[in-house]
Structure formats: structure tokens, C-alpha cells
Design a protein around this ligand. Structure first.
Ligand SMILES: [Zn+2]
Length: 488
């Protein structure tokens, strides 16, 4: 390569470069150059045409990867963790913790939650996430403007998926009554259902206001929240909006036995029958599906977000990811909520993704470390419709990068970087994160955030969570009994 006349804005040298490109090249010691927001060159160490750059990072002892894609989460729920939501199945957790909690959120809670989430996400190398957002209807615009403002400032790439529910199935009413009766003290959310026309109009306003913001890093997606809790009109209206604005759309699909079926069919078959499914649909979860459903998802090229930790924590089950991948379905990896996962740590979750599949099939070769790393990078990029822009280190793609320290006791010896990142890393190896060519984390710190500022954020998050838990009268707050000896 001949020397360039332009000086790169960023040059990373001496890194083990895990490209995730079509050949899955791994360069033992390589370099990567960035001009503004794009990768303009990369190669082996002795082939670097640049002798200077506006900024040079010596990445000796580090792995350089494309930034991780978190294909399914709910960022602002993070204030509801810390022991407020343990030991509950999906709908118990949703109706007795999440919705009552969200109902009490104020603007400053949304802001502090979004900032806390972004900080933790960056520290596990997440550069892109799909934020499935639900909020009390009358204060939706406040929540959206506040959260999106934080994401723009933080510099991450975010698909802001605006959820809605426009239907409660008759047979769910007694189930809901029993769930809420379990926690009579909690201030339950009486609302939640929005007529489809109102929800779709609100999403259209949001699309017009924020889609493409932050130099294109912010997208707005329609999200009929859970397939079974949406009418055909709501589902198809969301699909139409996505088509008109050229976005993808997402929803929760077949997560638990309670949302496995609708309209006398499996939820997947129902969505196929009404013309909802397509390559622009990202379906979260798909735990409760069968071989016929897998064929249908493949036939429509639907993308799937696997959330192994949340599916285990909420006892929803283990999705048949290995079968989906064998069928040719694109599957990304999601952390899901901070409070139905525990953390926002996609590096840690890669190990769960691998182990869950091995355990489900009682087949140690059900999934490889390499495939799991693809789920967190290039397959995740495909799942969110951005495979041409992110997900691998290739010239012309966006400069979304993560550097991980390899000289760590837990990562030695190392014979395969994919294997050590999936089975040995815990996420604290993440050192530097770059999005759109901008350094958002270095030495595990956001450059513009002082230690005092972080301490203040953590204190605000703790205080906000205490107020929310108190106001919603969540079970186990303020004095959670030692639950292992309940009843003794
Ligand atoms: Zn979710």
C-alpha cells in the first residue's frame, strides 16, 4: 500500500485484529486507520503506510474487534434492579415490578437511567443497542426526548424501538388478576393499552422528530410490544410505518408459554398468516417455537435476538438457537433489561449463550465460540439491518471499535482469541471503545467524565431507584427479608 497523503484521525497499532470480515481474518499484530467516522485501512503490522496520525493508540497486548451489537434491551429499566425483581417469571416480573416502577419515573429518572445504562454498556464494549422502550402513554414524549438526548450526547448507536400494546386477550385477564393479587401492596399500572391509531400516530411523530438524529446514529423503530398483545390492525400498522420510513421493526415473540399462541395458531404462524413477517422484522426471544415456526421464520428471513440470560433468569426457557442457525436464520445476541439480566455485559452473556445451547441439546458442539462471537458482532449487525456499516472491521465501514486487554491472568494461555473472549473473559477486559471514530471510552473511562462525576451518577441512580421502589411499593423494599429462610 502506498503512503496516503491524508493524516488519519485515529491509528491503532500493534493490536491482534479480529476482523470478523467474510474470511474471518485474525491478524496477530495489525493496524487500523480511521478518517473521521470510517475505517480507511487495516493490515498486518509491517505493512502500515502511516507513520503518524492525529491520534495513535498503541494496542500492544490488546485485541481489536468491531464494537458489540446488543440486539435487544430495555435501557431505562435499569433502575429496577438491585434486588427489586428477583425470582419472578416473565409476567409476574412485568406486572408486579416493571410496569409499576415505570409508572413512577420522572424526567430525571429517565435521564439517570439512560446515562447509567450507557456507561455500563460501553464498559462491555457495546457500541450499538436496540432499546425496546415502554412508558406510560401520557408521558411518552418526555421519556423519548430525554432518553434520546442522552444517547445523542453519549455517542452510541441506538435503535429506539417505541413499544405499544393495543389489546388484552380475554383469556389473559384472569391470569393478570392472579399475578397482581400476588402483590396486593404494589401500586399496579392501570393503563398500558393504547388504541392502535393513537400509538401509531405517536410513533410517526417520533420518527419525524428523531429518526436519523446524531449523524444517523439514532434510529426510531415501531414496536408492537408483544405479538399476542397487539391487534392485527396494530401489527400491520407498525409494519406499514416501518416500510414508509425505511426502518426495521421489532417485537417480543414467543418469549413465554403465555405468549406462544394467538388466533388459534402459534404466534409465529399467526404473524406469517397476516402478512407481518419479513426480512425487516427483528423478533426478540423466540423461545417457545417449533420446527415449523423455524421454517417460517427462515422463509421470511426474519431476524432473531437471543437473550439467554434473561430467558434463564425469568425461567422462560432456552431458545432453539442452534436449530435456527442451522436453518440459516440470522441471530443476534441481546442482554435484555438490566433488571432481568443483572448486568449490561454482552461479553459475559456470550458465555451464557454458548452454555445454554450446549445444555439444551446435550451436545457440546451445538454452538462454537466463533459463532457466538459472530452473534455479538457481524450477525448482530445483520439482525439490526446495519451489516453494510458495522459488525466487522473492513475498509469503508463505520469506525465502531472495541479494544480488549488480553494480558490478563484469566485469559492466559490463549490459543484462540474467539475462545478466550467467549469462555474466559468477563467484560472487564474492555479498555477502549470508539463509535463513529469518536473515542467514548479509554482506560475504561469516558474521557469527559471525571471520577467525581461518575460517583455522582451512581449516587443519583441509587436515590432514584429508592424513590421509585418506595412510590411503587415494590415487594422487598425497603427491607427485603432473607428470602432463603422465608416462613421460618
Ligand atoms: Zn424485551
Amino acid at each position: 500500500m502506498s503512503p496516503r497523503t491524508r493524516t488519519p484521525s485515529l491509528l491503532v497499532r500493534n493490536a491482534q485484529v479480529v476482523t470478523m470480515d467474510p474470511e474471518r481474518r485474525v491478524l496477530r499484530s495489525g493496524w487500523l486507520a480511521v478518517e473521521e467516522d470510517r475505517i480507511v485501512g487495516l493490515g498486518p503490522g509491517d505493512d502500515c503506510p502511516y507513520d503518524r496520525a492525529e491520534r495513535v493508540i498503541d494496542a500492544s497486548g490488546m485485541a481489536l474487534l468491531p464494537g458489540f451489537v446488543n440486539a435487544h434491551t430495555h435501557a431505562i429499566h435499569i433502575l429496577l434492579r438491585g434486588g427489586l425483581s428477583d425470582d419472578r417469571a416473565l409476567y409476574d416480573w412485568l406486572f408486579n415490578v416493571v410496569l409499576p416502577g415505570l409508572r413512577t419515573y420522572r424526567r430525571e429518572d429517565v435521564e439517570v437511567a439512560a446515562r447509567l445504562f450507557c456507561l455500563e454498556a460501553l464498559r462491555s464494549g457495546i457500541t450499538t443497542f436496540v432499546d425496546n422502550v415502554e412508558f406510560p402513554t401520557e408521558r411518552w414524549d418526555m421519556a423519548a426526548d430525554t432518553a434520546i438526548g442522552v444517547y445523542r450526547d453519549a455517542g452510541l448507536r441506538v435503535m429506539f424501538a417505541r413499544m405499544f400494546y393495543d389489546h388484552t386477550p380475554d383469556d389473559f385477564l384472569p391470569v393478570l388478576a392472579a399475578i397482581e393479587a400476588k402483590e396486593p401492596e404494589v401500586r399496579h399500572d392501570p393503563g398500558g393499552i393504547e388504541p392502535a391509531a393513537e400509538a401509531l400516530a405517536a410513533i410517526e411523530r417520533l420518527l419525524r422528530r428523531h429518526h436519523g438524529a446524531g449523524d444517523g446514529r439514532i434510529q426510531v423503530w415501531p414496536s408492537p410490544g408483544v405479538a399476542r398483545f397487539c391487534t392485527r390492525e396494530g401489527l400491520l400498522g407498525a409494519r406499514d410505518l416501518a416500510r414508509r420510513f425505511g426502518t426495521m421493526l421489532t417485537l417480543h415473540l414467543a418469549e413465554s408459554p403465555l405468549d406462544r399462541r394467538q388466533g388459534g395458531l402459534s404466534s409465529v404462524q399467526y404473524l406469517g398468516s397476516i402478512g407481518f413477517l419479513g426480512p425487516d422484522v427483528l423478533a426478540g426471544h423466540c423461545v417457545q417455537i417449533d420446527a415449523n415456526d423455524i421454517r417460517t421464520l427462515r422463509a421470511f428471513d426474519v431476524k432473531v435476538a437471543n437473550n439467554p440470560v434473561s430467558n434463564l433468569l425469568l425461567a422462560s426457557g432456552i431458545a432453539p438457537i442452534a436449530e435456527m442457525q442451522a436453518a440459516g436464520i440470522t441471530v443476534g445476541l441481546g442482554t435484555d433489561d438490566g433488571n432481568c439480566n443483572g448486568s449490561v455485559n454482552i461479553v459475559a452473556d456470550m458465555k451464557f449463550a454458548a452454555l445454554a445451547q450446549k445444555g439444551r441439546y446435550r451436545d457440546a458442539a451445538a454452538i462454537t465460540a466463533e459463532k457466538v462471537l459472530e452473534m455479538a458482532t457481524i450477525d448482530g449487525a445483520r439482525a439490526v439491518g446495519l451489516a453494510d456499516e458495522i459488525g466487522s472491521l473492513e475498509v469503508g465501514k463505520k469506525a465502531d471499535l472495541v479494544l480488549l486487554q488480553l494480558r490478563r491472568a484469566n485469559l492466559v494461555p490463549c490459543h484462540s482469541v474467539a475462545s478466550v473472549l467467549v469462555y474466559q473473559a468477563d467484560g472487564t477486559e474492555v479498555d477502549t471503545v470508539v463509535v463513529d471514530g469518536r473515542v467514548l471510552l479509554e482506560g475504561r473511562r469516558p474521557p469527559e467524565m471525571g471520577p467525581g462525576e461518575e460517583a455522582e451518577l451512581l449516587a443519583r441512580a441509587q436515590a432514584a431507584s429508592e424513590r421509585i421502589a418506595g412510590e411503587a411499593r415494590l415487594a422487598g423494599y425497603p427491607d427485603r427479608p432473607w428470602w432463603s429462610i422465608r416462613g421460618v
